[in-house]
Ligand binder design. Structure first.
Ligand SMILES: O=c1ccn([C@@H]2O[C@H](COP(=O)(O)OP(=O)(O)O[C@H]3O[C@H](CO)[C@@H](O)[C@H](O)[C@H]3O)[C@@H](O)[C@H]2O)c(=O)[nH]1
Ligand SMILES: [Mn+2]
Length: 737
């Protein structure tokens, strides 16, 4: 077959990253250094005095762990790959015969996830550059809130103006919220933002948002605004935890109302609130997704499903076509189970204070995993083959029915009939004694249901691809304060570690089913939680022994010093280069170094401990929804990149204690050296500890400020300051006696 612009040739092409040989040389060099470090530790075990032997063993275990973990992370860097799609070939070859696509949007709480945000996301996916009769959009509302329903109904009316506007002016992004109010919008052609149409559209959007926000502030929909018969499904006894299933088809092709201003058909739009009862566990997002899977199978039953969180709007109107280039490729498409887009955010500040941008994961690691047959399913921005998501095993003989759900194959029924038929599928009891959540659909019982589900799809023989186009496919909201960000990482590390401990564990049981590289790749994240213990060892024991004046590292004057120094320098230099290459700033990299330490000593520690409790049946699975609203002072602080502490979280006590302990030990240890006139000799033996301690102190500067210097609202609560001071001083005193 011929490459280029013709109709022949593949629909997508894959190529490898450059500079891999250099990387492999670098990695072998690090490996040599690591081996030397371990042999130093093993050959220099000290005699027992002052607990030094015990400390030595702790250091050795940590280093063994870090070495093992470092080897695992190589899977994500060994051979990153990238893809390019050829959408013109898709159009030429498939014309109007494109498959139907269902889009699932999930929301769970009208307070944490404002309806105005949700509708912008819904509008962005309705406005894809894709034939409307082949597109269905479903909103799952886990709060069962009439506020959200009201907002969706407003969006439905607004879409009649918005979709033709987007198509006429080729607007990007097609989320009205982002388009009108985010800087990311630069109209490339015809200076759209100065035209009359633009300002008319913008006014209309603002009026809609004002109405929605008014209703949300009221907490209920005023009677005169309930002009849709769907509102009758709400009653005053309903609460978010106790209500009947509600399915409401707002736009349907058989309805005369389903056309836009220009008379063109609109995509189908469905609101779903599954049934909730206090005595039935609802399994969070996975439960919502499974209800959507069933309900949509009655209504549209498209072979392709796109899943986005309510804050992740589509930023690229071509994403469906890009994804189809993978699925429909004649040679390489048949075994593809899902196409994952990266998670990018549009609320990241310049130096990314809380390191929430995932630049390195998005630009390097996920591309690396792709080369082993699959990137992870990360819960949003992912196109699934319906059959793979439902649990079908891959087989060579399986032929996908790409026509399923299309007009000529669909039963023609009225929306109310469809609603009635779909309703029982969203009931609490539907799944009882079925394989839903176990072998069918998204898996239950895991805090990262997405990862576990993706893993089982891989185990079922499907591959996945990671697609990161130049124009971002999706943009979401990252947490904008320290605590929510740490809590989010706690949920992730807990869920991942749970997978590691389960029968699905890729590292322990995955070998026969997926490539070793992918087993390792999954484990990078599965083992996040366990990094907490060696990290704590490394930032607590060396400083305490520095305070005592006891060395745990080789003397600078010996050759053993070299591997330690080289690993430290080479690893930091590499991580800096990698971060800069992925688009971080220098300060951004520095901030991320700090955040990874914080995550390891708090989020990951909690994640590990919670799993241990779970083994004893003490703790239960929970899902803390990440806040998506931030305003007032806190927002200002975020924009100025000033750390926000404010709440008296125990996590902050850990961070504060570690920061203070290192500061005390650094000062105490250096003073001891000076006083005892051991300057040069002391430095010879203790330099590594001084440097280590110094680095920890340097990354903690914002913590000292928060503890002692700042007086604003975002400073550390005094209870945290006292607790950390007390704990750090106690540890130092106990070490000295
Ligand atoms: O009971 C629930 C809880 C959450 N959600 C939805 O799940 C999505 C993700 O929740 P969020 O609080 O935003 O969590 P994040 O930490 O931002 O989510 C990441 O991590 C989750 C797994 O921990 C994945 O499910 C998400 O897709 C991924 O973006 C949101 O759309 C929620 O509305 C529900 O539908 N029902
Ligand atoms: Mn989110």
């Amino acid at each position: 077959m011929e490459e280029g612009t013709g109709t022949g040739g593949p629909l997508f092409q894959t190529y490898g990253a450059k500079g891999r040989t250099v990387y492999k040389i670098y990695a072998s060099f690090i490996l040599m250094c690591i081996l030397s470090i371990l042999s130093y530790r093993l050959t220099h075990i000290p005699d027992e005095q002052d607990g030094v032997r015990w400390a030595w063993m702790a250091m050795l275990s940590s280093e063994l762990w870090f070495s093992f973990y470092w080897i695992i992370t190589q899977s994500a860097r060994w051979n990153p790959i990238y893809h390019q799609t050829f959408k013109h070939r898709l159009s030429q070859r498939h014309g109007n015969e494109l498959p139907c696509v269902d889009v699932f949007v999930c929301t769970a709480d009208p307070v944490a996830e404002p309806p105005s945000l949700v509708v912008s996301t819904v509008l962005s996916v309705m406005a894809y550059d894709y034939p409307s009769e082949k597109l269905s959009v479903y909103l799952s509302d886990d709060a069962g809130s009439e506020l959200t329903f009201y907002a969706l109904w407003e969006a439905c009316k607004f879409s009649k103006y918005w979709l033709p506007f987007c198509k006429k002016f080729e607007v990007e992004p097609r989320s009205p919220g982002a388009c009108f109010f985010k800087q990311s919008f630069h109209s490339s052609s015809n200076n759209l933002s100065t035209t009359k149409e633009w300002s008319k559209m913008k006014d209309m959007y603002e009026e809609m948002i004002n109405r929605i926000e008014f209703v949300v502030r009221q907490g209920k929909v005023p009677q005169e605004l309930k002009q849709h018969q769907g509102f009758s499904k709400w009653s005053s006894e309903m609460t978010s935890r106790n209500h009947d299933a509600i399915i409401q088809i707002l736009i349907d092709e058989k309805d005369e109302n389903s056309v836009d201003l220009d008379g063109n058909l609109l995509p189908r739009l469905v609101y779903m609130a599954r049934e909730k009862r206090p005595q039935h566990h609802h399994n969070f997002k996975a439960g919502a997704m499974n209800a959507l899977l069933r309900v949509s199978s009655e209504i549209s039953n498209s072979p392709i499903i796109l899943n986005v969180d309510c804050d992740m709007y589509s930023n690229n109107s071509q994403s469906i076509r890009d994804a189809l280039c993978f699925f429909l490729d004649e040679e390489k498409g048949h075994d593809i189970g899902f196409i994952q887009y990266p998670q990018y955010f549009d609320n990241i500040t310049k130096n990314d204070l809380y390191a929430t941008s995932f630049n390195v994961i998005n630009e390097v690691e996920l591309c690396g995993l792709d080369s082993w047959g699959g990137t992870l399913y990360i819960g949003t921005g992912c196109f699934h083959r319906r059959e793979a998501l439902k649990g079908r095993k891959y087989s060579k003989d399986y032929i996908e029915d790409w026509k399923r759900g299309s007009l000529d194959k669909r039963r023609v029924e009225s929306p109310s009939v469809l609603e009635d038929r779909a309703k029982p599928l969203a009931s609490c009891t539907y799944e009882h004694n079925t394989l839903w959540g176990k072998e069918i659909g998204l898996r239950y019982g895991c805090a990262v249901e997405d990862i576990l589900t993706g893993l089982t799809i891989h185990y079922n023989g499907w591959k996945s691809r990671y697609f990161n186009p130049q124009r971002r496919g999706f943009l979401g909201l990252a947490p904008t304060a320290l605590e929510p960000s740490l809590v989010q990482f706690k949920r992730w590390s807990e869920g991942h570690f749970q997978i590691f401990l389960s029968k699905y564990s890729p590292l322990l049981f995955g070998h026969q089913k997926i490539k070793l590289g992918l087993c390792m790749g999954y484990s990078i994240y599965n083992l996040w939680a366990l990094n907490s213990f060696p990290t704590l060892t490394y930032i607590l024991i060396p400083p305490l022994f520095l305070l005592k004046g006891i060395s745990l590292f080789p003397k600078v004057s010996t050759a053993w010093f070299l591997p330690f120094a080289l690993v430290f320098i080479a690893k930091q230099a590499y991580s800096l280069i990698e971060a800069l290459y992925c688009g971080d700033t220098f300060m951004g990299w520095w901030n991320s170094q700090r955040m990874w330490v914080f995550r390891r000593i708090t989020s990951f520690l909690y994640g590990a401990v919670d799993n241990i409790f779970k083994l004893f049946g003490v703790s239960k699975l929970a899902f803390t929804i990440t806040e998506k609203v931030n305003d007032g002072d806190a927002l200002k602080q975020y924009e100025q990149e000033v750390m926000e502490f404010h709440s008296a979280s125990p996590m902050f006590v850990i961070i504060g204690t570690v920061a203070l302990l290192n500061a005390f030990c650094l000062v105490g240890g250096v003073m001891r050296m000076v006083n005892m006139n051991k300057g040069a000799a002391g430095m010879d033996a203790l330099l590594i500890q001084v440097v280590l301690c110094g680095v920890v102190v340097a990354i903690n500067v914002p913590i000292y400020e928060g503890l002692f210097l700042r007086k604003d609202k975002g400073c550390m609560p005094s209870s945290v300051t006292f607790a950390s001071l007390g704990a750090a001083m106690l540890a130092c005193l106990l070490t000295l006696v």
